[in-house]
Design a protein around this ligand. Structure first.
Ligand code: NAD
Length: 441
């Protein structure tokens, strides 16, 4: 056993602010509210369903994670949100078409109707396929930043919450690369005052959160908190941040299958991934400048897992293509196809086909819940800056400068669980296991 970190207890209310009250956020809120009333199983959520092995395999200690680490209780969550549309959570959930109206929406209608979004900090140029008018207007970036900060503080006072977490569940913004404006807080502040195009709304939400001492998690691939100045600010002020882009459907499969190929030293010549998706997310991603942000997030995965620099004969010439096609009839029920061309002994070709008929927000909601609870835990445990142990949840994990991200789902899982063990003063599990075979004593 090592020393336990000192973790402040999860006392009082936890305010959860979602940027965006669309399919993912409304499915998250509805699921938690149903579970609070004993009307739903939160499958897919490690914090609610997962267990953790402690000590030796022979010790028989595998508690539920929520009984092992001091997480906030679902009963203590208060919801708040911003959106470009004025729809309350009841209308948003009904409109998203993810949940069954009678079974999963009407049962909590009253609570959902009380969750009304605040006006969004939004500019059309960052998501041109969105037409909502429930915004702060064209008031300039400084005023938007101040507006978000005022919203956070009003929410804190009105709901009497003790702690807060902000999570980006809003549309994917146009592609922006980190540039000079994003290097230091001074340059970023100047860019805000100059209304630079390089300062997207997601960055203003992230900055506002940090200025108010609120952990920030980013469920989309746009930069938001993933830039040098905000990373440094979060580290200096000890505020947890993590991102980017919930790892739900096709990339989840990719980060399971690609490590298998690598583990068996099977070669790869091509991986063709395509999707059809008909929700509002699909509509926003139909704009090429928004899809580019998503594409970058999805493409990086294979190279980091396969490491062609180390195995050029196996992975030096991989054709990797990812497409998302907006197809309204399917709504939130995404269908993904993968065609994977692999090579084996003496380079004989083989193929793997994956056809994943998933439900986008049903897969994303549990990740959002875990990220909220773990970000709050990290804050109470005094862990600021990038939370690499939360890579498990992301397609494009944020890591320290100079590090490549770890994408393999099971390495990410081991890292997450070892971090929880470390926080609680339990031994790391290395899987060496010599002690089970040592018969000398
Ligand atoms: N569902 C998944 O499996 C999944 C996986 C990975 C990432 N994501 C990302 O999560 C995000 C949410 O997905 P969704 O399906 O809920 O989309 P959605 O379109 O249903 O909801 C997003 C909401 O954000 C709002 N919005 C956009 N810009 C805003 C702003 N500046 N401020 C406040 N609100 C704003 C929109 O009006 C919309 O209601 C998307 O970026 C998506 O790419 C989803």
């Amino acid at each position: 056993m090592s020393e336990t970190r000192s973790i402040a207890p999860a006392e009082g209310k936890l305010g959860v602010l979602t940027v965006g009250l669309g399919a993912v956020a409304s499915t998250l809120i509805a699921g938690v509210e149903l579970a609070k009333r004993g009307q739903g199983l939160l499958a897919g959520s490690m914090t609610q369903m997962g267990t953790i092995r402690l000590g030796k395999r022979t010790d028989g200690r595998s508690p539920l994670i929520k009984d092992f680490v001091p997480l906030a209780r679902l009963e203590d969550i208060e919801w708040g949100a911003w959106d470009v549309f004025p729809d309350d959570a009841y209308v948003a959930a009904s409109r998203a078409g993810v949940l069954e109206q009678g079974k999963h929406i009407e049962a909590i209608a009253e609570t959902l109707r009380e969750i009304r979004p605040m006006k969004a900090a939004f500019e059309r140029k960052y998501a041109r396929n969105l037409t909502g008018e429930h915004t702060m207007g064209e008031i300039g970036k400084r005023a938007m930043l101040n507006g978000i900060r005022a919203d956070i503080n009003r929410f804190r006072d009105e709901k009497k919450v003790d702690r807060l977490v902000m999570i980006w569940c809003a549309s994917t913004e146009v592609f922006i690369e980190p540039g000079p404006d994003h290097q230091t807080i001074e340059s970023f502040e100047k860019a805000i005052d100059a209304n630079s195009d390089q300062v997207a709304p997601s960055m203003l939400y992230a900055y506002a959160a940090l200025l108010e001492g609120v952990p920030f998690a980013n469920g989309s691939p746009n930069l938001a908190v993933d830039m040098p100045c905000l990373r440094e600010y979060a580290t200096k002020h000890n505020i947890p941040i993590s991102g980017k882009d919930f790892k739900t459907g096709q990339t989840l499969m990719k980060t399971v299958l690609a490590p298998m190929l690598k583990a068996r030293q099977l070669g790869l010549s091509g991986w063709y991934s395509t999707n059809i998706l008909g929700n509002r997310d699909g509509e926003v991603l139909d704009a090429p400048e928004n899809f580019k942000t998503k594409e970058e997030s999805k493409l990086g995965v294979l190279e980091d897992i396969l490491r062609p620099d180390l195995n050029p004969e196996l992975y030096g010439n991989v054709f990797h293509k990812v497409q998302i096609n907006y197809y309204p009839p399917r709504g939130d029920n995404k269908e993904g196809w993968d065609n994977i061309d692999i090579t084996g002994w003496l380079e004989y070709p083989m193929q793997i086909k994956v056809n994943f008929l998933c439900r986008d927000s049903i897969l994303a909601a549990p990740l959002a819940l875990d990220l909220i609870l773990y970000s709050d835990l990290a804050q109470r445990a005094g862990l600021g800056g990038i939370q690499e142990w939360l890579s498990f949840y992301y397609k494009s994990p944020q890591v320290a400068p100079g590090l490549y991200p770890e994408h393999d789902l099971f390495i990410q899982l081991a890292k997450l669980k070892n971090t929880l063990r470390w926080m609680m003063g339990e031994d790391q599990i290395t899987h060496l296991g010599r002690e089970y075979y040592d018969e000398t004593d």
